[in-house]
Design a protein around this ligand. Structure first.
Ligand code: C5P
Length: 221
C-alpha cells in the first residue's frame, strides 16, 4: 500500500492546486476525486437522467466505467475536461454525491489508487474520514467563503468579475458547502485526527510547503 496524504475541505479552498504541488514536492502521485462526481453528473445531464431520482441514478451507474489514466479520470474511455467545469455539472455533482449508491460505487475506484508502493496525495471531501481512514497525514484545507469565491472566479473568468458575480458565487459556494456537510453518508467534515489548515492568507506554494513539511516531520520509514 502507498502512504497516503488525504486533503479534504470545502469547495474552492485550493485543494487540487495544493495537492498537486504537495505531490510534486514529495515525489508522489496526485489524484483528485471531485471529477468522479462531476463525471457521473455529466453523464446524467447528457443522457437526460433525472439527478433528483436516486433510483434512476443508481441504475445509470452500471453503464459508467471510470478509469484513472495519464493523470486523470476517464469515463467509458473518454477524457472530459471543460465539460466538467460547467457550474451546472458542479451543482449536480453535489446533488448526486449524497446518494449512498454513488458513494459506494466510487469507494473501490478511489481505494485502488493506493495499490503499490510510494506516496498518494488524494484530495476530496471524505478522503481522510471515509476513503482512507488510516491515511498517514490528513489535512482539512479551508479558507473564508469570500476568498474561495474570489479564487473560483479568478479561475473561471481570469480575474474580471463584478461585485454581483462575487456575491452570487459566494452564495453558490455556501449552498454547496451546506449540502456537502449535511448529507448522511460521508459528509464533508474534518476527520478527528485531521490538521486544519486555513489558507486564506497563504499562497498555494506556502500552503504546499507547509503540508510537505508536516509529512516529513512524521519521519515515516
Ligand atoms: O471538488 P469538486 O468541486 O470538483 O467536487 C464536486 C462535488 O463532488 C462536491 O461539491 C461534492 O459534493 C462532491 N464530492 C464529494 N466527495 C469527494 C469529492 C467531491 O462528495 N471526495
Amino acid at each position: 500500500m502507498k502512504k497516503v496524504i488525504a486533503i479534504d475541505g470545502p469547495a474552492a479552498s485550493g485543494k487540487s492546486t495544493v495537492a498537486k504541488k504537495v505531490a510534486g514536492l514529495l515525489g508522489g502521485t496526485f489524484v483528485s476525486t471531485g471529477s468522479l462526481y462531476r463525471l457521473i453528473a455529466y453523464y446524467l445531464l447528457s443522457n437526460n437522467i433525472d439527478p433528483e431520482s436516486p433510483v434512476a441514478v443508481a441504475s445509470a451507474l452500471s453503464d459508467i466505467k471510470l478509469t484513472y489514466r495519464n493523470g486523470d479520470w476517464e469515463m467509458n474511455g473518454i477524457h472530459y475536461t471543460s465539460e466538467l467545469r460547467q457550474s451546472e455539472v458542479g451543482s449536480t455533482a453535489s446533488v448526486i454525491a449524497v446518494y449512498p449508491a454513488v458513494r459506494n460505487f466510487l469507494l473501490e475506484t478511489q481505494r485502488n489508487e493506493a495499490r503499490g508502493e510510494g506516496l498518494l496525495v488524494m484530495e476530496g471531501r471524505d478522503i481522510g474520514s471515509a476513503i482512507f481512514p488510516e491515511a498517514e497525514l490528513k489535512i482539512f484545507l479551508t479558507a473564508t467563503p469570500e476568498e474561495r469565491a474570489r479564487r473560483r472566479l479568478n479561475d473561471e473568468k481570469g480575474g474580471v468579475f463584478s461585485k454581483a458575480d462575487l456575491e452570487k458565487m459566494a452564495a453558490d459556494i455556501a449552498e454547496r458547502d451546506w449540502r456537502d456537510s449535511h448529507r448522511e453518508t460521508a459528509p464533508l467534515k474534518a476527520a478527528d485526527d485531521a490538521r486544519t489548515v486555513d489558507n486564506t492568507n497563504l499562497s498555494s506554494d506556502e500552503t504546499s510547503a507547509l503540508i510537505a513539511e508536516k509529512f516529513k516531520e512524521l519521519n515515516l520509514k
